[in-house]
Write a protein of this length. Structure first.
Length: 213
């Protein structure tokens, strides 16, 4: 990544980076490992977010080892100290007390992207990894692009289209929603997407809010 001019924020665990964590332990023992805690409300109860970081530590032994900056987040339950989340990241972004939280948020977002984007496309009705060995030139790329556009439009509709949002609330599983669309459009002709959603709302006995447009 560095050879191509990119930076990185990658998970850095003790099991796979023993030398790095030996450096962290040495810094901690000497009192040279910056750390602080922030108390936050998560909507249900208070948590304590504890951050630690260090700049310029090697990822492994050897003179040719890559030197990185390291940061860690530990989230505990405020009432009893139970650890709810713990992870650490290596990066080439410089770290200080003002930047660590942003770097950690970006590192954690990789899981969110994987879970809410990639896994959805693979397992929630889009069949992403099963359909794209077709064509001799560009067909697979076209099919992939259409699929990504569909996912984009579904996401936007969930934000801005009240009818779509209400239908998706009732049909929470995407597979169920897609199956209903397939069955309805196989046997019935709808003049518009709006008419189709209205038909589904009527069938699901969902009443539109009076202020919805």
């Amino acid at each position: 990544m560095l050879d191509h001019g990119f930076n990185f924020i990658l998970v850095c665990k003790p099991e796979s980076h023993k030398t790095l964590y030996e450096w962290i332990a040495t810094l901690e023992a000497a009192g040279d490992l910056p750390h602080w805690s922030i108390r936050r409300w998560n909507g249900r109860f208070h948590e304590v977010h504890t951050y630690r970081y260090a700049n310029d530590v090697p990822v492994r032994e050897g003179e040719d080892a890559l030197w990185v900056n390291w940061c860690e987040l530990i989230i505990t339950k405020a009432t009893d100290g139970t650890i709810r989340y713990r992870n650490a990241f290596a990066t080439k972004h410089p770290l200080d007390r003002t930047s660590v939280e942003t770097i950690v948020q970006a590192g954690r977002a990789r899981w969110k992207v994987e879970n809410e984007n990639n896994n959805t496309l693979k397992t929630k009705g889009y069949h992403l990894e099963h359909n794209y060995g077709h064509g001799q030139q560009h067909l697979s790329a076209v099919l992939l692009t259409l699929n990504l556009l569909a996912f984009l439009f579904h996401t936007v509709l969930g934000w801005v289209d009240t009818k779509y949002h209400l239908v998706r609330q009732a049909l929470a599983a995407r597979q169920t929603f897609f199956q209903d669309l397939q069955a309805l459009t196989r046997y019935l002709l709808f003049e518009s997407w709006d008419q189709l959603l209205g038909f589904m709302l009527q069938g699901l006995e969902i009443t539109m809010p009076p202020d919805a447009s």
